[in-house]
Design a protein around this ligand. Structure first.
Ligand code: EPS
Length: 374
């Protein structure tokens, strides 16, 4: 079974991930790994920490001469800002962050002991893991991308985006958004928030193409892959809601406007003229693109802090001000890709099995032939 753990504090010596269950023989491309790490650090509205760090991944085990060995893969990212032992005590919890609930739960009188691990810096390790999963998926014909569809109340023009569109037109723009007009407005909104000491949330969309039909299952609640992807997206810092396909809009509509009708042609097999279901029916992939959206609340570290309570004296104060970002929605999309890549890789390995890339590819090809002949 494919699984991973991460370890490390935001200002500790390093972040580490161990990826276990990766097949042997997968070629690892160091430059695409570095590219994914860089993508997570970009985006208008990021804080000064992103200028400080270069997020370089060292592969400390499980890879030899550019190929996976089948043994656990250790990924390590050194923090340049490793000031954890010099940082001041924090006793004024930020509303919306893990600060107060974490301090109560672990009986910490210094909230720094909570925020160091609760920080979204941990997602650098997830993106490193996801980058390896993306490389595996790419060898199986599965490609992923993401783009920003809203920042605060500003929405991009709705578009049926593809992986190619997102990679070509969204990546490299300041907010990883396909709508240039909306991007201008989003930038102005971020500038306003910088001045006001406030923060912004938004929505990202992850697209995965080439996913074989039949991953996940309808037979048990915990085998429904759309629910598993929902969990993966909700686990990203500041994400408070998740949508599969047109799920939110569908709640307002009649069934005839929501379901994707089924067609058949001898040459091309089964097809649909729409993909409102976002690539899932009955908790299983349909073979259409997987479309999942993550909704982020605004970040909880405000330069103009909100009211809070000092945890020792119980006096009314304002929350601690930590260095932070105004918005991280573009980065959250990259993290979303990583999480979806990991879960799709896990689902692929669960269904098709194998210990080497060769074995998995053979099993998957056989299944793809079987599906074509259905
Ligand atoms: C982050 C690193 C952090 C924050 C941010 C994400 O660095 P620092 O706390 O030193 O500025 O910029 O963390 C949060 C938004 C948060 O709420 O914890 C990163 O690497 O992504």
């Amino acid at each position: 079974m494919l699984r991973f753990l991460t370890a490390g504090e935001s200002h500790g010596p390093s972040l580490t991930a161990i990826l276990e269950g990766m097949l042997a023989g997968v070629p690892i491309d160091a430059s695409s790994l570095a590219h994914e790490m860089r993508r997570r650090q970009l985006g208008y509205g990021r804080g000064p920490r992103m200028q400080l760090e270069t997020d370089t991944v060292e592969l400390l085990s499980g890879v030899r001469r550019g190929r996976t060995l089948g043994s656990p893969i250790t990924l390590s990212i050194k923090n340049k800002d490793a000031s954890i032992d010099r940082l001041p005590v924090v006793t004024q919890p930020r509303p919306g962050h893990a600060d107060l609930a974490g301090a109560i739960k672990y009986d910490h009188r210094d909230i720094r002991n909570v925020l160091e691990r609760a920080s979204a810096r941990e997602t650098a390790a997830r993106v490193a893991v996801g980058a390896l999963c993306k490389q595996l998926l790419s060898l199986l014909g599965v490609e992923l991308a993401s783009h920003v569809i809203a920042l605060g109340s500003i929405r991009a023009k709705p578009v049926a985006a593809t992986v190619a569109m997102a990679r070509k037109k969204a990546d490299g723009t300041p907010l990883r958004c396909l709508d240039a007009q909306a991007t201008k407005k989003m930038i102005r909104e971020i500038d306003r928030c910088v001045k006001a000491g406030d923060t912004l949330g938004g929505i990202f969309e992850v697209i995965a193409e080439g996913v074989p039909p039949g991953l996940g299952s309808y037979v048990h609640y915990d085998r429904r892959l759309d629910a598993i992807l929902g969990h993966a997206i909700l686990s990203i810092h500041a994400v408070k809601a998740v949508e599969v396909g047109d799920g939110v809009a569908a709640a307002d509509l009649q069934g005839s406007k929501v379901q994707d009708e089924i067609f058949y042609a001898k040459a091309t097999g089964f097809s649909r003229s729409s993909n409102r279901a976002g690539g899932f029916e009955g908790g299983m992939t349909t073979g259409q693109p997987v479309i999942v959206r993550g909704f982020l609340k605004p970040l909880s570290t405000l330069r103009k802090p909100l009211r809070s309570v000092e945890i020792n004296t119980k006096r009314a104060v304002v929350a601690t001000v930590e260095r932070s970002d105004v918005t991280t929605v573009p980065a959250a999309g990259v993290i979303g890709e990583a999480m979806i890549a990991f879960e799709l890789s896990r689902a692929v390995l669960e269904k098709f099995g194998g210990d080497s890339l060769k074995e998995l590819q053979r099993n998957l090809e056989g299944y793809r032939r079987q599906v074509k002949a259905f």
